[in-house]
Design a protein around this ligand. Structure first.
Ligand code: SF4
Length: 340
């Protein structure tokens, strides 16, 4: 794709979503990734990497300012390769390389969109993974469904089999809201259940896994009980999809923060939106007990919230720790303790 076309798509989406932010172009060194951090889950030690690349081409989702951390212009593959080298040279990563069980690869958009994330850079990353992450059980790639093509996944999965241990491939898909009207008309996600199930059906024969991102209370105008109910319906739906296609499905549930430079952030500043509480997060997630899916709770606003617009409030430290413990154990009695 012509590089200017992608830039124009990003700017068009940004305008459609009435975003007020600027991009990271001048401020960010293109040889450095955007962010990386470690998480603990019941799957073991997770390394989460966000590469600094060209922004998400969709760009318009109501409460999302993730593209603001990326570049509106194309970031060529040599920069992405230097970002990979930088990550692998970090002592904190090098020292734990042999214990990392899961790697989540993100560019705050779609790493399977070759217009914004180079295929050469992806292949280079695969080589470095096989060389250094000897305990890797799962490689998770974030992408919108329209960029997922099976031959590419087959190639990546084959390459993973050349590593020291069998590594599963997981696709991470942003859903955000279950209600069709909220998801597509209010949030402007551009994702139908039909498109999602087509993807589930496509990957089922290969045994790839699915991670689905949801947000608790993603839009203004939803009250707290409606927000919890939306997640409960999503849990029932994912449970059904998991059984129907025999897929391992994880729900990654993020409480929503009022993202700076978005319509949601503006609604918060006008007093028309209050982020959800961690108790409601536990209440919503607790519904997954006994279902066919696992749940991971996102507990970071990545520093992108308006002041006072995070879901973490003063005094929430203990609750956060308890929810992190749930992530490590999938022990639902912890959630019951938090919301009771
Ligand atoms: S939520 Fe995802 S698809 Fe939507 S604009 Fe943000 S990064 Fe792009």
């Amino acid at each position: 794709m012509n590089k200017d076309v992608a830039t124009r798509q990003i700017l068009r989406g940004t305008e459609k979503g009435e975003k007020k932010y600027t991009f990271g172009d001048d401020a960010h060194d293109p040889d450095r990734p955007e962010q990386w951090w470690f998480q603990q889950s019941d799957e073991g030690l997770i390394l989460f990497i966000v590469f600094y690349s060209q922004a998400c081409r969709w760009a318009r989702c109501l409460g999302c300012n993730l593209p603001s951390k990326m570049s509106a212009e194309h970031v060529p593959f040599d920069h992405l390769i230097r970002q990979t080298d930088y990550l692998f040279s970090l002592p904190e990563i090098a020292e734990q390389a042999g214990s990392i069980n899961k790697l989540i690869v993100s560019n705050n958009g779609s790493v399977l969109d070759e217009a914004t994330f180079s295929s050469t850079a992806l292949m280079y990353l695969m080589a470095r993974i096989n060389m250094h992450f000897r305990a890797l059980k799962v490689l998770a790639l974030e992408s919108r469904p329209e960029y997922v093509d099976i031959p590419e996944l087959e190639f990546l999965a084959r390459s993973l089999q050349e590593g020291e241990r069998a590594t599963a491939l997981e696709l991470c898909i942003g859903f955000e809201a279950f209600d069709e009207h909220i998801r597509n008309n209010v949030f402007d996600k551009g994702l139908t259940l039909h498109a999602f199930e087509e993807l589930a059906q496509k990957i089922a024969p290969y045994g790839y896994r699915l991670k689905c991102y949801f947000m608790l209370k993603p839009v203004p105008g939803m009250n707290d009980s409606e927000a919890v109910e939306d997640i409960r319906q999503a849990i029932d739906y994912l449970d059904t999809v998991s059984a129907k296609y025999n897929l391992a499905v994880n729900m990654h549930l993020n409480p929503t923060y009022a993202a700076r430079g978005t319509l949601l952030g503006e609604a918060f500043l006008r007093g028309e939106y209050i982020p959800p509480s961690l108790r409601d997060l536990a209440w919503a997630a607790g519904y997954a007990e006994g279902k066919n899916i696992s749940v991971f709770l996102g507990l970071s606003d990545e520093g992108l919230a308006e002041q006072g617009g995070s879901f973490i409030r003063k005094g929430d430290e203990d609750l956060t720790e308890r929810l992190e413990e749930f992530n490590r154990t999938q022990n639902y009695s912890i959630l019951r303790e938090v919301y009771s």
